[in-house]
Design a protein around this ligand. Structure first.
Ligand code: HAM
Length: 434
């Protein structure tokens, strides 16, 4: 029977707005998470791992005024007809977990979590992004605001970012916020015709979002809009002043930005953003957060204050690229096993080496000596352990130092681990210069 050609299969691509993180970039990614975990765990924050999806109501409580909730959620009915949504951010899930489990307060938590928003993809804006964040629930002490801001500021500093500005604002108490909203709405109504057409429809329902707008016509209007910082209650002013005094005491530079309202509706009192001077202005916010003193209650818990931040791993790494900071870590293998006797020795020896805690790899598919040596070189291993017929017959391996000009040695196979450990403890010999 004649062979019929199989139909050509078009290769699939990752969906728009998503990306694969491959080696060596993934090692940088891991190192960033490890650094973050070290900083926040040293300040008493514990990891929370929550589901990637929740009942949609959990996220709706964040406020119907936000694009994240109204337009960008990945929601679906599961096979049991539950209306669920993929997490668009980390805070609501952690607050839902707090309400469900009622841990002792203050409950200080951190997460490294994928988040999903159906946004228009562009550099630094993805449909799946990843946030490193903290949430501290159960204390209204403004010194906790300072702690949270200092953690994020310290993280950027440890990565080596230099061009980062901290902007802070206060949204006041929920009563302050409501009164300000009314004042802002009537100002915007008075200037409706001067606003960019796309922003006019937000005035009635979501006046705060107009302050977020980057459209020049709108910015020209909002420059003279009432400022929330001029309409705060005494309680909110005292809270905000204590936060600013704390930042000054810790030597953290900041600027008060009364138009900083952030994209989410749950904020009260302190809000803050870190912006990078090294990124394009459209996507220059690398991290942000604030207080959400009403969110626990709105998710069915007792009135409990909370504060936290989220910082996008992708955006942080983009900033690192722009500033030449935080290169991928180099973690070469200790040893690469080259076996030209059929593969049994490579199979058994790599297992022994790995069990002893060494970083070891080998070639597969019975390649030639030349090809295996090439693979050893490419792997960046410090040593290559070569087994040919002679070595196999005498129970030895030929250990070659690839780090410097130390030549090679015959080592009994049984002594390989001890021998390698001793050599690895020695600094590599300097490479010979011709
Ligand atoms: P957010 O400002 O919406 O706040 O997001 C926090 C950070 O996540 C942003 O500063 C940015 O670095 C990153 N990010 C957000 N959306 C995208 C995207 N589409 N693509 C790439 N990166 C993105 C929150 O999500 C709050 N939950 C922060 C918070 C925690 N507030 C209190 N606690």
């Amino acid at each position: 029977m004649a062979d019929t050609p199989s139909p050509r299969i078009e290769p699939y691509h990752a969906p728009p707005g998503t990306r694969d993180v491959l080696p060596p970039e993934s090692a940088r990614w891991q190192a960033l998470i490890r650094l973050f975990a070290g900083i926040v765990e040293a300040a008493g924050y514990g990891l929370v791992q929550s589901p990637m999806f929740e009942e949609i109501g959990v996220f709706r409580r964040m406020g119907e005024g936000t694009d994240v909730v109204r337009k960008e959620m990945y929601d679906f009915l599961d096979k049991g007809d539950r209306h669920l949504a993929l997490r668009p951010e980390g805070t609501a899930s952690v607050v839902r977990a707090f309400v469900q489990h009622r841990p002792p307060t203050p409950w200080k938590t951190w997460y490294a979590a994928p988040s999903f928003r159906y946004e228009r993809p562009q550099a630094g804006r993805y449909r799946q992004h990843h946030q490193l964040g903290v949430e501290a629930i159960g204390s209204a002490d403004p010194d906790l605001d300072v702690e949270v801001i200092a953690l994020l500021s310290g993280f950027y500093e440890r990565i080596g970012l230099g061009q980062v500005d901290l902007l802070v604002n206060s949204m006041g108490t929920p009563t302050d916020r409501r009164a300000y909203l009314d004042r802002l709405r009537s100002f915007l109504v008075d200037h409706l015709d001067d606003l960019a057409p796309d922003d006019r429809e937000k005035v009635e329902q979501h006046p705060m979002r107009v302050l977020d707008s980057k459209r020049p016509a709108t910015v020209a209007v909002t420059e003279s809009a009432p400022r929330i910082t001029d309409h705060l209650s005494d309680e909110a002013v005292a809270q905000f002043e204590r936060v600013q005094a704390g930042l000054r005491a810790l030597g953290i530079a900041f600027r008060v930005e009364p138009r900083l309202v952030r994209g989410l509706d749950y904020y009260t009192h302190t809000t803050f953003e870190f912006q990078s001077g090294a990124l394009d202005a459209a996507q220059n916010t690398i991290g942000g957060g604030g207080r959400y003193d009403g969110l626990v209650e709105s998710l069915g818990g007792p009135a409990t204050p909370g504060i936290g931040f989220g910082t996008g791993i992708e955006r942080v790494l983009l900033t690192c690229d722009a500033e030449g900071a935080f290169p991928p870590p180099v973690k070469p293998l200790d040893v690469f096993v080259v076996d030209v006797t059929g593969g049994d020795v490579a199979r058994d020896l790599t297992a022994v080496l790995r069990r002893a805690g060494l970083r070891a790899d080998r070639a597969f598919d019975g390649r030639s000596m030349k090809s295996q040596m090439k693979a050893a070189d490419r792997s960046g291993a410090g040593f290559v352990a070569i087994v040919g017929e002679d070595e196999r017959a005498s129970g030895t391996v030929t250990l070659r130092d690839l780090r410097g000009g130390q030549g090679q040695h015959a080592v009994p196979a049984d002594d390989l681990v001890a021998n390698l450990n001793a050599r690895l403890a020695d600094p590599p010999a300097p490479r010979e210069t011709p």
